[in-house]
Design a protein around this ligand. Structure first.
Ligand code: PEP
Length: 250
């Protein structure tokens, strides 16, 4: 399912420097022989120009970690999709749980960001996921369905052009991972929801994110509805990220 082949995306979050990025990107690029999955890295906005030039002509695509829901104008501090396009940005994470949690992003804001990205030709990676309290209250499916429903409602038939990332909030950066079976069952729910919304749901890659690492990637990627991964911490170490790219290339 999803685009043909798995999609592995590194989310660097607020990490990096000119020197560190140059060495991490060159270590990744130098290790990509034998990698046949799709791969991307999402960098902090100030480093997109640097990454664009280092990644030019390579098989590693460039992504951003957020986009503005607005087109242009009086939105101090925000970065528009057209600006991202100037740096050959192909993907943008929208609705990461850290944005929802620390910046108050609602389902509607996230849906508008996805719409803005699609209109600019950037593939939004729409993050959904339940908190620990929601999981313990048995609300996992209801929460992720509500989050995805907002994006479907706003984007109509364009929904087949998005990427979805299922990221249980309690698994992000904690070292805790959902079991492959639980991940698969949530992904199947999301797939069914997409199928009800579009005849082209098979085009949508559904990624898993949350403490994915070199040791657990293969068992997660083996699930039928897991089309790839969104990787935070482990994407900052070239050997780990490369081993996950290879797990996704089997
Ligand atoms: C993320 O932030 O998208 C993520 C999955 O982080 P980590 O891999 O560090 O849990």
């Amino acid at each position: 399912m999803g685009m043909s082949g798995k999609l592995m995306v590194g989310n660097w979050k607020m990490n990096g420097s000119l020197a560190a990025n140059a060495s991490l990107l060159s270590d990744i690029l130098n290790g990509m022989a034998g990698v046949s999955c799709h791969a991307a890295v999402c960098l902090p906005a100030p480093y997109l120009a640097q990454a664009q030039s280092l990644l030019a002509g390579s098989a590693l695509a460039l992504g951003a970690q957020d986009v503005s829901a607005h087109e242009s104008g009086a939105y101090t501090g925000e970065v528009s999709c057209d600006m991202l396009r100037d740096f050959a940005v192909r993907f943008a994470i929208v609705g990461h749980s850290e944005r929802r949690q620390y910046h108050g992003e609602t389902d509607t804001v996230v849906a508008n960001k996805a719409q803005r990205a699609l209109a600019a030709g950037i593939t939004p990676i729409v993050c959904v996921g339940e908190s620990l309290a929601e999981r313990e209250a048995g609300q996992t499916e209801a929460v992720v369905k509500r989050q995805l429903a907002a994006v479907i409602h706003t984007n109509g038939h364009c929904i087949s052009e998005i990427v979805v990332a299922y990221e249980p909030v309690w698994a992000i950066g904690t070292g805790l991972t959902a079991t492959p079976e639980k991940v698969q069952s949530v992904h199947a729910v999301l797939r069914a929801q997409l199928q009800a919304a579009t005849a082209h749901a098979e085009r949508v890659s559904i990624l898993y994110g949350g403490s994915m690492n070199a040791a657990n990637a293969a068992s997660l990627l083996d699930q039928p509805d897991v089309d790839g991964g969104l990787i935070g911490g482990a994407s900052l170490k070239a050997p780990d990220f490369l081993s996950m790219l290879k797990a996704a290339s089997r």
